[in-house]
Structures are given as structure tokens and as C-alpha cells.
Design a protein around this ligand. Structure first.
Ligand code: ATP
Ligand code: MG
Length: 158
């Protein structure tokens, strides 16, 4: 259905902020305008939940998580950037594979199955978007994804 992505994203971050069991700071770089997109809300909620829980899991205490939305002519790009442990370059392309986890010992400690990002990739691709990661070891990781956005269609709402 058609929804305002900014409002939707704010709600998701609000929910994480309200659950007090994490010690990170969310920084929102989300435009003040409406960005109307046609998405399956439940599925994109699942995508964002997984990406954000990963960033919390791998962040140091007090780390910042930057949530950003950028608007282009035909798509939006969403970025979730953490200041966590990072992912070695040679492993980066594999984190979207089913059951893949970078550090087996660390992964065991944190629990989970290694399916979160594989599912996220399927869902983003089902929306005709793309998802990828950039990372610097010891500095942090950013997960990026795009979703189609029809600026002309969106203009009808203003
Ligand atoms: P699940 O999501 O099923 O609970 P998971 O979180 O281990 O398990 P994915 O979300 O698919 O699985 O992530 C795959 C692997 O990618 C993780 O095990 C971790 O090694 C690495 N990873 C994902 N996000 C980050 C991040 N923000 N910082 C560092 N490593 C990450
Ligand atoms: Mg996960």
C-alpha cells in the first residue's frame, strides 16, 4: 500500500528507542517532507527490524546508529550506519547468504540463525530494490537499500 516512508521509518526507530535494553543512540537524518512509496509494510518492517537489531548487537555501548533516507528521482536510499566492530572486506559480500555469519564464536554468543539478511535481501528484491553493505573493520558497518519511488506519483499528494 502507499505510505509515507518517513513517518513509517520514524515509528520503527521510536519502537527501538522505547525498548530500554540497548545502549545506543539513534541519529535520524530523515527529510521533513512526505515520501510516498508503495510497499508491503510488514515485510519492510521485518527488513528494518533485522538491520537495526544487527547494528545494535554489534555496536559498542553508547555507539551511534545513524538512520538516513535519501531521495533520488526514481528511488529512495535508506542507510543504517553503526560504529560497531565492522566486517572484513573479504566477508562483506557473503553476509546476505543464508546461514552465513562472519565470526562463528561471536555469532554463537549473540544467538540468531544467520537468516536475517538473506530474508531482507529477498524482500528488498521482491520490491525491485537493491541491498548492499559497506564496512570498515573496527569503525563500523552501513547497510544500504533502495526502494523504487515515483516522484511524479508522490507529487499528487502535495
Ligand atoms: P539472525 O538475523 O537470523 O538472528 P544473524 O544476525 O547472525 O542472525 P544476519 O542478520 O543474516 O544473521 O547477519 C549475518 C552476519 O553478518 C552476522 O552473523 C554478522 O556476522 C554479520 N553482520 C550483520 N550485520 C552486522 C553489523 N551491523 N556489524 C557487524 N557484523 C554484522
Ligand atoms: Mg540478524
Amino acid at each position: 500500500s502507499s505510505i509515507d516512508f518517513c513517518k513509517f521509518f520514524h515509528h520503527i526507530i521510536d519502537r527501538f528507542e522505547m525498548s530500554k535494553d540497548q545502549n545506543v543512540e539513534f541519529v535520524r537524518k530523515i527529510p521533513d517532507t512526505e515520501i510516498i512509496v508503495d510497499i508491503d509494510q510488514d515485510k519492510i518492517t521485518q527488513v528494518l527490524d533485522n538491520i537495526i537489531s544487527n547494528s545494535i548487537k554489534y555496536s559498542p555501548d553508547g555507539g551511534k546508529i545513524i538512520c538516513k533516507v535519501m531521495m533520488y528521482h526514481e528511488f529512495i536510499e535508506v542507510k543504517i550506519a553503526d560504529q560497531g566492530v565492522g566486517i572484513p572486506k573479504e566477508n562483506l559480500h557473503r553476509i546476505f547468504d543464508r546461514f552465513y555469519r562472519v565470526d562463528k564464536a561471536r555469532a554463537r554468543r549473540f544467538g540468531g540463525t544467520g537468516l536475517g539478511l538473506a530474508i531482507a535481501k529477498e524482500m528488498i528484491q521482491a520490491h525491485n530494490g537493491q541491498i548492499w553493505a559497506t564496512s570498515t573493520e573496527g569503525k563500523g558497518t552501513t547497510i544500504h537499500f533502495t526502494l523504487p519511488f515515483d516522484r511524479k506519483k508522490g507529487d499528487d499528494f502535495y
